[in-house]
Design a protein around this ligand. Structure first.
Ligand code: ATP
Length: 199
């Protein structure tokens, strides 16, 4: 399976770019969605989490209370390590299953922390959606109705623009309009089809 890893900072336009690829018939696997799926009610991972942390980490409807779990691991680094050792293999396995199940000529793996979490190891090529920080903050604020401080603290936990772009095979500039973004993605899609076909 030929996989293109798609990433970018918060509010950079990953969803907008993924939508374009999906419209071209490309299967899009979303690492954030997979990370939530592995702890769905009824999953083996959620059962282990409850066994380890107790029922406090569940909401009334039986789903994972992420805020409560975050607090628990924030206070205890061995609990954090335990959780990572449980979730990382589970996420990896499910990601690979979804990538392998794809029927399109290549697959997009979209992940905000593609490089930070080493998911680029599953990709034959990587594509970064790049915007300047001010635009990132402005678009995220507009979308989520949050203050700039909140956006900045999320940005601080992600790689910098420079790090991300230096690591990527392809970089598209999303400081302009959505039409300008699509105009850059079209030739990339064509080249991915060609490369995927010849490998
Ligand atoms: P996150 O990491 O937070 O999920 P993202 O990278 O998926 O973000 P999007 O949701 O695609 O980012 O874009 C952020 C916001 O900016 C959205 O409201 C989107 O509609 C808007 N947006 C994206 N690209 C453009 C553009 N070129 N012009 C104007 N608005 C844009």
């Amino acid at each position: 399976m030929w996989v293109v890893g798609l990433t970018g900072g918060i509010g950079s336009g990953k969803t907008a770019a993924s939508n374009f690829f999906a419209e071209q018939g490309v299967t899009v696997v979303d690492a954030d969605v997979v990370a939530r799926e592995v702890v769905f009610p009824g999953s083996p991972a959620l059962a282990e989490i409850v066994e380890h942390f107790g029922n406090d980490v569940l909401q009334a409807d039986g789903s994972l209370n992420r805020a409560s779990l975050r607090q628990r691991i924030f206070a205890n680094s061995s609990d954090k390590d335990w959780l990572n050792q449980l979730l990382h293999p589970a996420i990896r396995e499910r990601l690979l299953q979804q990538l392998q199940a794809a029927t399109s000529r290549y697959v997009i793996l979209v992940a905000p922390l593609l490089f930070e979490n080493g998911l680029d190891a599953y990709c034959q090529r990587t594509l970064v959606i790049d915007v300047d920080e001010q635009t990132q903050i402005q678009r995220t604020q507009q979308r989520d109705q949050v203050d700039a401080k909140q956006v900045e603290s999320i940005m601080a936990a992600q790689w910098s623009r420079q790090q991300r772009s230096a690591a990527a095979d392809d970089v598209v500039d999303n400081n302009g309009s959505l039409a300008q973004l699509i105009a850059q993605l079209k030739p990339l899609h064509e080249s991915y089809l060609t490369i995927a076909e010849n490998t």
